[in-house]
Design a protein around this ligand. Structure first.
Ligand code: PRP
Length: 193
């Protein structure tokens, strides 16, 4: 793991075609602390019910796994597969829902959409609209990362870990062209700073 961390600390004289420079933003320890805080807040708000957590794949797979293990409140788990970025760092704006929970899993339930990041807000909005068709009793959003300055739609997270402005970020589930999801920390692309 140490080698992996070290590999991405590239020198800053990045050449065209060479791997991007990744700047450490949040360590594994800082992320764990934030996830624990989010879990305490969800525990506080869901005392008398069993919420259904819907993880937005692929990016939220690590956050979802860590979050549910920090929660005290019992939960049920579902996943949705949403995609809009394709390759590169800009959203296409065209959000595809490849699969998601059934009506039976959502109807009448307290639902929390679990996102790794909310940027333009288009993906999460599509997820909310889709799930709303199934008449949940409540629908909230929990995101580890929030970049509100980039919003193209009005959307506010009910639970947010880190709020930031700069950088396209990778690691802890987030990718650039499907790479870097496995990094335990979160890194920003220096070229986007
Ligand atoms: C990423 C991320 C969020 C979404 C946020 O997903 O996981 O779901 O973008 O961006 P937005 O707020 O601008 O819509 P992506 O489409 O890259 O798919 P992935 O989760 O498979 O990486």
């Amino acid at each position: 793991m140490w080698l992996l961390e070290k590999e991405v600390h590239m020198p800053s004289n990045n050449q065209p075609g060479s791997p991007p420079v990744l700047v450490p933003l949040w360590t594994r320890e800082e992320i764990a602390k934030s996830v624990a805080t989010l879990a305490r807040n969800i525990d506080r708000d869901y005392v008398d019910c069993t919420p259904v957590l819907v993880g937005a794949l692929k990016g939220a797979f690590i956050f979802m796994a860590d979050l549910v293990r920090e929660l005290q409140t019992p939960v049920e788990i579902e996943f949705m597969r949403l995609s809009s970025y394709g390759t590169g760092t800009e959203s296409s704006g065209d959000v595809q829902i490849e699969f998601g929970p059934s009506r039976e899993a959502i109807e009448g339930r307290s639902v929390i959409v679990v996102e790794d990041i909310i940027d333009t807000g288009l993906t999460t909005t599509a997820a909310l609209e889709h799930l709303n068709q199934y008449d949940p009793s409540s629908l909230r959003i929990c995101t580890l990362l929030d970049r509100p300055e980039r919003r193209l739609v009005e959307l506010e997270a009910d639970y947010a870990g880190f709020t930031f402005t700069d950088h396209f970020v990778v690691g802890y589930g987030l990718d650039l062209d499907q790479k870097y999801r496995q990094l335990p920390g979160i890194y920003g692309l220096e070229t986007d700073a």
